[in-house]
Design a protein around this ligand. Structure first.
Ligand code: MRU
Length: 357
């Protein structure tokens, strides 16, 4: 089965499956008359699309994880900014809105990148053309991310010889990007080549992006998937059943340190102990060469209720103190490779990271 191609067709980047194949790849967001987000809080039980009227609604949606995943957050912000320009093209107002948007979540580098790209287009245009330019900039970002996912998928798949079972964490798939996904782009490329033995997906407590989103997304596309509790990952790696770990990233520092969903660092430690290759996949919008090392990456701390509850059900004493970082940092020496659309950094050093950023 060939790897699917993306083309830009008017309002949105659409997935064109191979002839005869159903179009099953999901999308996190769409723009027809305006921006709509697939409500990822409701998955997998309900597929509900939510219209986003402008920046205030987008900030709420990004904080609430209605849309999540670094590239998808950036794209949602880009289209939301275009909505805001349509409402009122006043530059002072838009600059304030852009600052609020960029600060909605602190760790993902893609958010600030997308906001800056749309604002650059807006600032350069006369008032009457600002909306068209903002929307065009958002669509360019969307198309670029879709293309980046395909390139990452091809190059990442080539790192794994023969049939392979992979382990992933959180959701770095179509739901987290503007295309087929980063880590799941690699998984999809291997699956398309007939070389994916199985995808293992950690559930990713506390918000369960692996259980709710990756297992659902993979199942929709016929990818054989096995779900595991995060605490089962080390023994899975020790068992030899897995030939590689593939994850996404929220920010990659100049030294190659990677911030990603909390639990990634523990996986990388276990993978190193059992000599399982550990590959990070991310588009260039996730790299932050101005950030010298992992110690400077801002890590979002989230509400303790996410840990005290599983969805609406309390599982801990009310009000118990909670440690709930959304992300952790994996040092470069634990990584086998980082893949972007520009190439593969292997080994991961400041010099190789710079080449693919
Ligand atoms: O809190 P989330 O769901 O936004 O965290 C998402 C992740 O950590 C992803 O792995 C990362 O953003 C890469 S998505 C291609």
């Amino acid at each position: 089965m060939p790897i699917p191609e993306y083309t830009e067709t008017g309002a949105a980047v659409r997935y064109h499956p191979p002839v005869g194949e159903p179009a099953t790849i999901v999308t996190a967001l769409r723009w027809d008359e305006g921006l709509e987000l697939l409500d990822q809080r409701a998955l997998p039980q309900r597929e509900r699309w939510i219209p986003i009227a402008g920046v205030a609604a987008a900030v709420r949606a990004i904080r609430a994880l209605t849309v999540r995943g670094a590239p998808a957050i950036g794209l949602a912000a880009a289209y939301a900014l275009a909505e805001e320009v349509r409402r009122d093209p006043d530059l002072g107002r838009l600059r304030r809105a852009a600052r609020r948007l960029a600060a909605a979540r602190p760790t993902a580098a893609d958010l600030a990148h997308a906001v800056a790209a749309v604002m650059a287009a807006v600032e350069a245009a006369p008032a009457a053309e600002r909306f068209a330019q903002a929307l065009a900039a958002a669509r360019r970002l969307h198309a670029a991310d879709a293309a980046a996912c395909l390139a990452i998928g091809r190059q990442g798949a080539a790192l794994f010889p023969g049939p392979v079972a992979l382990l992933t964490h959180c959701n770095a798939g179509a739901l987290a990007t503007g295309g087929i996904g980063t880590a799941l782009g690699i998984v999809r490329a291997l699956h398309a080549e007939g070389r994916l033995a199985r995808l293992y997906a950690c559930e990713a407590r506390p918000v369960l992006q692996g259980a709710r989103l990756t297992a659902w997304e993979a199942g929709r596309d016929g990818i054989p998937v096995t779900l595991l509790a995060d605490s089962a990952a080390a023994s899975l790696l020790a068992s030899g059943a897995v030939g590689g770990v593939v994850v996404g990233a929220d920010r990659i520092a100049a030294d190659g340190a990677v911030a990603n969903k909390v639990g990634t660092y523990a996986l990388a430690l276990a993978a190193a102990r059992h000599r399982v290759p550990f590959v990070v996949a991310a588009p260039t919008t996730t790299f932050d060469l101005a950030c010298p090392s992992g110690a400077q990456i801002p890590i979002e701390q989230r509400d303790g209720e996410e840990v005290r509850r599983v969805r609406r059900t309390a599982i801990a004493p009310a009000g118990v103190d909670v440690y709930n970082p959304a992300f952790d940092v994996t040092p470069p020496e634990l990584l086998t490779a980082i893949v972007s659309q520009r190439g593969v950094a292997r080994p991961v050093t400041a010099a190789t990271v710079q080449e693919i950023a």
